[in-house]
Design a protein around this ligand. Structure first.
Ligand code: FAD
Length: 381
């Protein structure tokens, strides 16, 4: 396998690095480096800065803002963004509904939604999961019943990330209860300001408000907001979930956080056990990076490679191990709570970050499910 970059690709990498480190708002990068939660305004400003430079949706079809880059260049763009502590474009917009609309949407839906989706003028939420329909997504029960030129939607979604900021939500709904469960699902776009939509916060173990329940009570949705075919939603869901998994191993971010941790460790690096933990994680990250390149090399043509499940599994395990290391480095200072607790900011944030990162092995398809995919499609078990 050829792992050295060509001169052109190396120049491309440097061009990306220069933009992200020299031309992107420093204040936002500082907030990411410190591990602080970004405001909605910062996330929007970030994506709009990227979009103005043609760097928010380079993987979309060129007609809608894509750049026609090779998979390797897309990988380099993504890695350099993470290394420079630039927030990635909002996944719901850039990686989920955008590619879905570009692929399955009518011309009218594309024209109406793709430009504001790229520019984050519309903030999308993902309304897939329901109580009892997470890993077993096809069991979802939210119904959409046709009434004239509308659908009437009733049901409940859960774990809706940042739903409190959402303008629109892309949902999977049951449109035919009589057939095999996968065959009776459709995708609908719903304006979250419609009467009957209610977003309720879920408080998490780290004290943050990141996820929500979304309830639908007799919500009337114009029928032209159906994406693709009636009862064709399962195919669209599989397309979307495949894309979701590809971007889910944040190698660049984990490398940056581990390097930061090494600086923060100070005298603790004298301890052989701590040094061994760093060495092991650095080696694991290097292997992960090579796997990511292998996946890129075999994904040409846009189809996710099955090894993307390995990336999801190992990527999230290493990500969690790094937050655990940082918490151990913080020691008793990691227990301090409240503003102005008299400890450095990184130590103060270590415990909530550690707790928050437990989510990574669940969302985007839980790690147990990834193990099953690996067993079936790679190991042939
Ligand atoms: C922080 C966070 C944000 C999220 N954001 C969103 C969002 O914005 N929109 C959205 O639609 N969803 C979102 N989700 C939902 C996420 O996709 C689901 O949580 C995930 O698919 C798992 O489903 P579940 O929670 O119902 O768990 P379950 O499927 O009930 O699983 C419970 C446990 O059983 C295991 N398990 C289940 N089935 C099997 C099996 N067949 N074999 C072996 N083990 C199994 C699972 O791995 C898990 O450990 C989010 C989740 C989290 C944690």
């Amino acid at each position: 396998m050829q792992l050295e970059l060509s001169a052109e690709d190396q120049a491309f990498r440097e061009e990306m690095r220069e933009f992200f480190t020299m031309k992107f708002p420093q204040e936002i990068r500082d907030a990411v480096t410190a591990g602080r939660e970004l405001t909605k305004e910062q996330i929007v400003e970030s994506q709009q800065t990227l979009n103005a430079a043609g760097l928010a949706v380079p993987h979309w079809p060129e007609e809608w803002g894509g750049r026609g880059w090779s998979d390797l260049r897309r990988h380099l763009w993504n890695e350099e963004m993470q290394a420079a502590a630039v927030p990635l474009p909002l996944a719901f917009n850039a990686n989920m509904i955008g590619p879905v609309l570009a692929h399955f949407g009518s011309q009218e839906l594309k024209e109406r939604f793709l430009p504001p989706t790229a520019n984050l003028d519309i903030w999308w939420s993902q309304g897939f999961s329901e109580p009892d329909a997470g890993s077993d997504l096809a069991s979802l029960r939210t119904t959409a019943v046709r009434d004239g030129d509308h659908f009437v939607v009733n049901g409940q979604k859960t774990w809706t990330t940042l739903g409190q900021y959402g303008d629109w939500i892309f949902t999977l709904v049951r449109t035919d209860p009589e057939v095999k469960k996968q065959a009776g699902i459709s995708m609908l776009l719903i304006d979250m300001t419609s009467p009957g939509v209610e977003v309720r916060p879920i408080e998490l173990i780290d004290g943050g408000h990141e996820v929500n329940e979304v309830w639908f009570t007799d919500v009337r949705v114009p029928a032209d907001l159906l994406v693709g075919e009636l009862n064709g939603g399962w195919t669209i869901a599989k397309f979307l979930l495949g894309n979701e998994r590809v971007g889910v191993a944040p190698v660049g971010t984990t490398k940056r956080v581990l390097a930061q941790a090494k600086e923060l460790a100070g005298a603790q690096l004298e301890d052989p056990f701590t040094r061994a933990r760093f060495a092991e994680l650095e080696n694991e990250l290097l292997s992960l990076e090579l796997t990511a390149l292998r996946v890129v090399a075999h994904s040409e043509g846009g189809e996710p490679h099955p090894a993307s499940s390995v990336l999801k599994l190992k990527g999230t395990e290493i990500q969690q191990a790094v937050t655990e290391l940082v918490l151990d480095l913080a020691g008793p200072a990691g227990l301090a709570t409240g503003e102005g607790a008299g400890v450095p900011e990184w130590a103060h944030l270590a415990a909530p970050t550690y707790l928050n990162m437990r989510k990574a092995s669940i969302y985007g398809g839980s790690n147990e499910i990834q193990r099953q995919i690996i067993a079936r499609t790679i190991l042939g078990l």
